[in-house]
Ligand binder design. Structure first.
Ligand code: PMV
Length: 290
C-alpha cells in the first residue's frame, strides 16, 4: 500500500491563454488531496475518469482510496492533484521507477486525455513540484514568491467543468478568430506585465482586474464570479479575478494584512465560501499509510 498527497493551486494569471502557448503563472496552495493505492487482483473501474486514466496509462490493477480537503470542480486544481497523487502512489506501490519529472509528464497526459485534448501542463506541474511557477509552452520556471503575498479565495460554490469551458474558448476561436485571438494575446501581455510586478501589489491588483475582464470577454465569466470580484475590490482588495477555467468555481483576491478580514466578510456576504490559504512549497509527497 502506498499513500501520496499533492497540493491544489490558484491560477494567478493567464488561464485559458496558457492552453495556446501564452504565459501563465500559478501557485500551489495548502489544501491537499491524499490518495492511497493498493496492489489488488480485483479491479473495480474508478468513478473518477482521471483515476481510471492513471491506471490505464500505467497498465496496473489496484484499489484506490481518495481523501480530499480541496473542493472539486472549483478552479483549485483538484483533478490535477488527484491525478498527481494517484500516479505517485501507483509509481510507489508497483515500483515503476518513474522520476518526479516523468510523473509530472504522465499526469499532464492524463489531464489532456480527460480534457478532450486541450490542456496546459500548469496544474499538474504545480501540483507535482509545489511553489509558484511560470509556464509558457515547454518552458517552466519556479519563481521566488513575493513577500507579504496575502490572498483570500472565494468559492462561489457553483461547480464548473474545465473541459467544457476550454471547449467554449476553442469555439470562439473558430467562430470569431480575430476577436478571440486578440483577447488571448492581451491575456498573455497582462501575464508578462504581472511577471515584472510581482513585488508591487497595487500594480498587480490592477493587472488582476484587467485579466478578469479579459476572461469575461472571452466567455468564461459567471454572474456569481463578477459579484464576488466586485465585492472583494469594494472591501479594499488590491485586485480580484477568477482562478482556473471559470464559469463557476473560485476567485482569488490580493489583500493587505489590514483588508484581509474585510474581504473575507465581503465574500461571506455573497453567500460564497472564503478560504484563507498560503503557498505550498513542497509539491507531491509520500504520506504515512493509515
Ligand atoms: O479550473 P482548473 O483548475 O481546471 O484550471 C483550468 C485552467 C485552464 O487554463 C483553463 C486549462 C489548462 O489546462 O490550463
Amino acid at each position: 500500500m502506498a499513500t501520496w498527497s499533492a497540493p491544489g493551486k490558484v491560477f494567478l494569471f493567464g488561464e485559458h491563454a496558457v492552453v495556446y502557448g501564452k504565459p501563465g503563472i500559478a501557485m500551489a496552495i495548502k489544501p491537499r488531496v491524499q490518495v492511497t493505492v493498493r496492489h489488488s487482483r480485483y479491479f473495480q473501474k474508478p468513478n473518477s475518469p482521471y483515476i481510471a486514466e492513471c491506471f490505464k496509462l500505467t497498465d496496473v490493477k489496484g484499489s484506490v482510496y481518495v481523501k480530499s480537503q480541496l473542493p472539486s470542480a472549483s478552479g483549485l486544481g483538484s483533478s490535477a492533484a488527484v491525478t498527481v497523487a494517484t500516479l505517485f502512489a501507483i509509481n510507489d506501490e508497483f515500483e515503476l521507477g518513474y522520476s518526479r519529472e516523468e510523473v509530472a509528464n504522465l499526469a499532464f497526459d492524463v489531464e489532456k486525455l480527460t480534457q478532450g485534448g486541450r490542456a496546459s501542463a500548469t496544474d499538474t506541474y504545480v501540483s507535482t513540484f509545489g511553489g509558484m511557477v511560470f509556464i509558457r509552452g515547454n518552458e517552466k520556471r519556479r519563481l521566488i514568491p513575493p513577500q507579504n503575498f496575502s490572498i483570500v479565495i472565494g468559492n462561489s460554490l457553483i461547480a464548473h467543468n474545465t473541459g467544457e469551458m476550454v471547449g467554449r474558448v476553442a469555439d470562439l476561436l473558430q467562430h470569431s478568430p480575430i476577436v478571440a485571438n486578440g483577447i488571448i494575446e492581451a491575456i498573455g501581455g497582462v501575464t508578462m506585465e504581472a511577471m515584472h510586478n510581482l513585488e508591487n501589489p497595487k500594480e498587480l491588483g490592477v493587472l488582476m482586474n484587467r485579466n478578469h475582464a479579459l476572461l469575461d470577454a472571452i466567455g468564461v465569466g459567471h454572474p456569481a464570479l463578477s459579484h464576488l470580484v466586485l465585492a472583494a475590490r469594494a472591501a479594499g482588495a488590491y485586485g480580484a479575478k477568477l482562478s482556473g477555467a471559470g464559469g463557476g468555481g473560485c476567485i482569488w483576491a490580493l489583500c493587505s494584512k489590514g483588508t484581509r478580514n474585510r474581504v473575507i466578510s465581503a465574500i461571506e456576504d455573497c453567500e460564497a465560501r472564503p478560504i484563507t490559504t498560503s503557498i505550498d512549497t513542497e509539491g507531491a509527497r509520500r504520506e504515512k499509510d493509515e
